[in-house]
Design a protein around this ligand. Structure first.
Ligand code: GUN
Ligand code: FE
Length: 449
C-alpha cells in the first residue's frame, strides 16, 4: 500500500525532517520501498498509479505520522507495580520488586499481565521494546508469544540472577548452571518459534546486574553472547550503592567488569550508566555498546543525572527507556519530556544554596527534537534494527498522531504553528487519545484506520 500524508522523523541528532504531503510505499513484508516527497517530479504520477491500483491510503486531515518508539529498557513483570514503591532507594525498592517478580512462576498470572502490558505499550506507540522478563522459562516464553501474537517488535531476556548474597531464596536461579541453561533454552525457543519467521522477536542475554550474578554466571553468559552473537542487556552504574558494590567486589567499574566477562559488545545495551567515568565512556564507545537513558527512573533511584551530551559527544550510542516500574510511566513520550527536563537540570544545577556559576554543568541540555531522535532512530540504531526512520529498506513501524482527536490534548493554532512546532507539540503534549493508529512492519497493531 501507499500512504499519502505528512510524516515527521529525526534521522540524525539535532534536527527533524518534515515530509510534507509525501507518499510512503510499503511492500507486503512491511518494508518501505519508496518515499516520494511532494517536490519530487514523480509525485503526482506515483499518486495516480497507487490510486488506480486501489492501494492509496490518504491520511485524514490533522494527522501526522511519526516513527514508532523504541523503548530500550523495560521490565515487563513490573507492570503491576507501576506507580508504586517509588519513595525508597533502589536497594530497598528491589525488596518490593523481587516478591512481585517471583509470582511469575505462575504462568496464568504472567499471561494476564503480559497481554495487558503489550497492548498498552502498542497503544502508547512503543513499536519496539527491549524487555527484561523474570528468571522463569515458561513465563518468559509467554512474553515472547504475546509479542508475536500482538505484533510488537521485541527483544526478550530471561533474567539471570544466581548470587545468594544479593538475591533472596525465593527469587533466584536454582543454580548457575540452571540459569545458563535457561538462557540457552530461551534463545532456542525464540529462534525456532514458528510464528517468528520474520524475526520480529529476538532473544537477549540478560544478567540482571553485576551484584545479582556470581562470577561464574557472568562468565557463562559472556560465552553464550560470544557464541550466539545475540544481544546483551544489563544495568550499569545506576546508583551510588550499586556502583560502589561493583567497585568493592571487583575493584573496577561496572563497564570494565562487564568488558572482562565479554558482556560489553556492539550488541550490548546498558541501562542507566549515570555514574560512568570518562574512561568507561571511552570503553563503551570503543566497544560500540549502547546506553538506555531512563531519565524518569533516574529521578527516583540514581544519585546523578546521566551525562547525555558528554556521551553523545564521545560517539556513544544512546536511546531512551521507560524502565517500568522504576519509572512510573509506560509512555515513551514521557521519557522524551523527562530527558529534556533532566538535561536542563544538569546544565543549570539544582541546589539554590550554591552560587549560580558553580551549580550546573554547561552545555548539557538537549531539546525536544533531540529527545525525539533518541526515542526513535537512535534507539533503533543502538539495536542495529532497520526501524525508526522513513526511508527505503526500513520496516514501517509508525504511529499516526491525530492532532484533532476530540479527547486528545494537542491544541494547534494554524496561524502560529509551523511544522516544527507541530512536532514539538506532539511530543510534549500528546496523550494516548491522540495516537490514532499504530503499525509494526506495516501491520496495524493498535487503533483503527
Ligand atoms: N537494578 C537491578 N534490578 C533493577 C530493576 O529492576 N530496576 C532498576 N531500575 N534497577 C535495577
Ligand atoms: Fe531497570
Amino acid at each position: 500500500k501507499t500512504l499519502a500524508g505528512t510524516f515527521f522523523h529525526a534521522p540524525v541528532l539535532g534536527g527533524i525532517e518534515v515530509l510534507e504531503d509525501a507518499l510512503v510505499e510499503i511492500d507486503t513484508a512491511g518494508r518501505i520501498t519508496t518515499v516520494t516527497r511532494s517536490s519530487d517530479p514523480h509525485h503526482d504520477d506515483a499518486r495516480n498509479a497507487a490510486s488506480r491500483a486501489g492501494t492509496l491510503v490518504t491520511l485524514p486531515a490533522g494527522s501526522y505520522v511519526i516513527p514508532g518508539f523504541v523503548d530500550l529498557h523495560i521490565h515487563a513483570p513490573q507492570y503491576p507495580q507501576l506507580g508504586k514503591a517509588l519513595h525508597v532507594p533502589l536497594e530497598i525498592w528491589l525488596r518490593h520488586t523481587f516478591p512481585l517478580e517471583a509470582r511469575y512462576a505462575d504462568a496464568a498470572f504472567a499471561q494476564k499481565v503480559y497481554k495487558t502490558l503489550v497492548a498498552d505499550l502498542l497503544a502508547s506507540g512503543t513499536t519496539t521494546a527491549l524487555y527484561f522478563a523474570t528468571i522463569h522459562q515458561e513465563a518468559t516464553r509467554l512474553l515472547v508469544d504475546t509479542c508475536l501474537e500482538q505484533g510488537q517488535r521485541a527483544l526478550v531476556g530471561k533474567v539471570a540472577m544466581d548470587n545468594p548474597q544479593e538475591c533472596p531464596d525465593f527469587y533466584r536461579d536454582a543454580s548457575t548452571e540452571a540459569g545458563l541453561q535457561g538462557t540457552r533454552a530461551l534463545l532456542d525457543y525464540v529462534r525456532a518459534h514458528p510464528a517468528n519467521e520474520g524475526g520480529l522477536v529476538h532473544p537477549v542475554v540478560t544478567p540482571r546486574f553485576v551484584p545479582s550474578c556470581t562470577d561464574a554466571m557472568l562468565e557463562g553468559l559472556g560465552v553464550i553472547a560470544k557464541e550466539t552473537g545475540c544481544h546483551v542487556q544489563t544495568h550499569c552504574s545506576e546508583s551510588d550503592w550499586e556502583h560502589g558494590y561493583v567497585l568493592a567486589r571487583h575493584g573496577v567499574t561496572d563497564a570494565e567488569c562487564l568488558d572482562r566477562f565479554g558482556l560489553l559488545t556492539r550488541r550490548s545495551i546498558l541501562a542507566h550508566a549515570n555514574l560512568i567515568t570518562a574512561s568507561d565512556m571511552a570503553r563503551i564507545a570503543a566497544r560500540g555498546a549502547g546506553i538506555a537513558h531512563c531519565p524518569l527512573s533516574n529521578a527516583y533511584f540514581s544519585n546523578a543525572v546521566f551525562p547525555l551530551r558528554a556521551a553523545l559527544a564521545k560517539g556513544v550510542r544512546v536511546g531512551l527507556g521507560t524502565d517500568i516500574s522504576g519509572g512510573p510511566s509506560a509512555s515513551m513520550l514521557d521519557a522524551c519530556r523527562w530527558a529534556v527536563a533532566a538535561s536542563r537540570m544538569l546544565e543549570s544545577g539544582v541546589d539554590p544554596a550554591l552560587p549560580p556559576e558553580t551549580r550546573g554543568r554547561p552545555s548539557s541540555r538537549i531539546d525536544i527534537r533531540d529527545a525525539f531522535h533518541l526515542a526513535t532512530a537512535a534507539g533503533a540504531d543502538a539495536l542495529d534494527l532497520p526501524v525508526g526512520r522513513f526511508a527505503p529498506g526500513y520496516h514501517f513501524d509508525a504511529v499516526r498522531v491525530d492532532t484533532v482527536a476530540p479527547n486528545g490534548t494537542i491544541r494547534l493554532f494554524d496561524e502560529l504553528d509551523a511544522p516544527e512546532d507541530v512536532l514539538a507539540k506532539i511530543v510534549y503534549t500528546a496523550s494516548r487519545a491522540n495516537l490514532a493508529e499504530v503499525w509494526v512492519a506495516g501491520r496495524r497493531v493498535a487503533g483503527a484506520g
